[in-house]
Design a protein around this ligand. Structure first.
Ligand SMILES: [Zn+2]
Length: 474
């Protein structure tokens, strides 16, 4: 039955085909953003949970600190990308989670929140990485989350729940994803897995080169399939990474992982598909952590630069730059610009602060830790609020403002003017920028599921690869 629905879906996608090959030119510099032929390669860059405020503040910080715009905004400024807003709704709600969001791109169907490429009637929709693999392309996933997390999984796995990280790790091996880089040791390590299975050994037996530190990688990835797992859970926040020499040595940045992945995947003469996720932008937004948010968004922007370098002087690569949903809608509220500039002096994330404090922490200790992390001197009232929330004694008329993240964010907003609407995902339509073959179809206002159609059509994937062979997905 999914055969039929996929076929119908592609007919609807004829709009995409019509637009392919229209040879549009865009941009002040007359840079051709057109489709001279099919997309050999696809690079899909997603900043997870990025509200427009995160994109804006990263750009504004770079302009004020470094005197240059972010790559994303510069691409818009120079007219080098097709821009759209995108509706990311899931099957059972206006506000999506990352599993349903990535699935909508990964298989072209809206699924229920939390499920990975499993339809509302339990259809097993073949995801885009196995589709491209069967069509002879190389496949890769790079993330700052656990590699088994919702967004990478949405391009490669079929799982009833995003929380089945161990099973997703098993499935990546079965499905022979060529490059896997991120965190998630707990889903691979026999000492941590619930079934004590040594998944690293299983990957090695399956021909993978496996590393758990940046130091083991060397200058380039090997010819074999590659698994890099750089943390027990998610990869550290950029703000913590850049201030911790040990982490700089052992954990690659998102841009470094992207460059390594592109170097390897591009050796396939048939082309590749790579998803790159800045996962912790979402986590920082949940945590109302302005430094976590903005510096991880900047790290994402550096990964965009790697994609730009790769596509310079070539027109065979579709590049998609987007986010899967808004989160907590951060924004710079009115006040002197100098308050926003204080963010440049931050040293550690809210997560780091959280590790130093507990219910027994005194107000003085709270002030000390906050100052070390943010270079701000918080007031007595602010320290008392933090103490209360750590002890579970804090109250607020708004129920969504009673948590530790919210109190932390509000204290910092007093000093930086960066404010938040909540600690959870929002329904905002999201920014979408793209260039290369197929991107012409992605202007104006699009639906999340349109991206699947555009990708398979731009890449010229034959219909026979779009569904699992009988028994294959079981
Ligand atoms: Zn989230």
């Amino acid at each position: 039955m999914s055969h039929q629905s996929r076929r119908d879906f592609l007919k609807i996608g004829a709009l995409g085909s019509m637009l392919l090959g229209t040879g549009l030119f865009a941009g002040s510099a007359c840079t051709p953003v057109q489709s001279r032929g099919k997309a050999k390669n696809i690079i899909f860059l997603v900043s997870d949970g990025m509200s427009i405020g995160a994109l804006s503040m990263a750009d504004q910080l770079l302009r004020r600190r470094d005197g240059r715009p972010s790559n994303w905004i510069r691409l818009l400024e120079e007219g080098k990308v097709t821009q759209a807003n995108m509706d990311m709704a899931m099957a059972n709600g206006i506000i999506t989670d990352s599993a349903a969001a990535s699935s909508s791109w990964g298989c072209g169907h809206r699924v229920n929140g939390g499920s990975v490429n499993i339809g509302t009637n339990n259809e097993v929709h073949k995801p885009i990485l196995p589709i491209f693999r069967d069509a002879g392309r190389s496949t890769g996933l790079v993330t700052t989350a656990e590699i088994t997390h919702a967004t990478p999984a949405g391009f490669a796995a079929n799982m009833e729940s995003r929380n089945m990280g161990e099973e997703i790790a098993d499935q990546y091996l079965e499905r022979r994803i060529d490059v896997l880089m991120g965190g998630g040791d707990r889903h691979y390590n026999p000492g941590k897995r619930s079934d004590q299975k040594d998944l690293y050994a299983a990957y090695r037996e399956g021909g993978y080169r496996v590393v758990t530190s940046k130091e083991e990688i060397g200058a380039a990835l090997p010819d074999t399939p590659f698994l890099g797992v750089f943390d027990n859970g998610h990869v550290p926040y950029t703000i913590d990474h850049i201030h911790t020499p040990e982490l700089i040595r052992t954990v690659p940045t998102l841009a470094e992982m992207t460059e390594l992945a592109l170097g390897k995947l591009s050796s396939n003469p048939n082309g590749f598909i790579l998803q790159v996720e800045a996962a912790r932008v979402d986590h920082a937004a949940h945590g109302n952590d302005p430094a976590g948010l903005v510096f991880d968004q900047i790290a994402f922007d550096e990964a965009i630069q790697v994609a730009l370098d790769f596509t310079e002087n070539r027109d065979d690569t579709l590049v998609i730059i987007t986010t899967d949903h808004g989160n907590s809608n951060p924004g710079l509220s009115s006040g002197p610009d100098s308050n926003f500039d204080k963010l440049q002096n931050f040293k550690y994330s809210a997560e780091w602060v959280g590790r130093q404090l507990d219910a027994s922490s005194s107000e003085n200790r709270i002030k000390e830790v906050m100052e070390e992390a943010t270079r701000l001197q918080i007031t007595d009232i602010e320290a008392a609020a933090m103490r209360d929330v750590l002890r579970g004694e804090y109250t607020h008329v708004a129920s969504r403002r009673r948590g530790r993240s919210s109190v932390y964010g509000e204290i910092l907003s007093n000093h930086t003017n960066i404010t938040w609407s909540s600690t959870s995902h929002t329904s905002d339509y999201v920014e979408l920028a793209s260039y290369g073959p197929g991107s012409e179809a992605l202007s104006g206002f699009v639906k999340n599921t349109d991206l699947f159609t555009v990708m398979v059509e731009a890449a010229g994937i034959e219909e026979r690869y779009l569904t699992f062979a009988e028994g294959e997905a079981a």
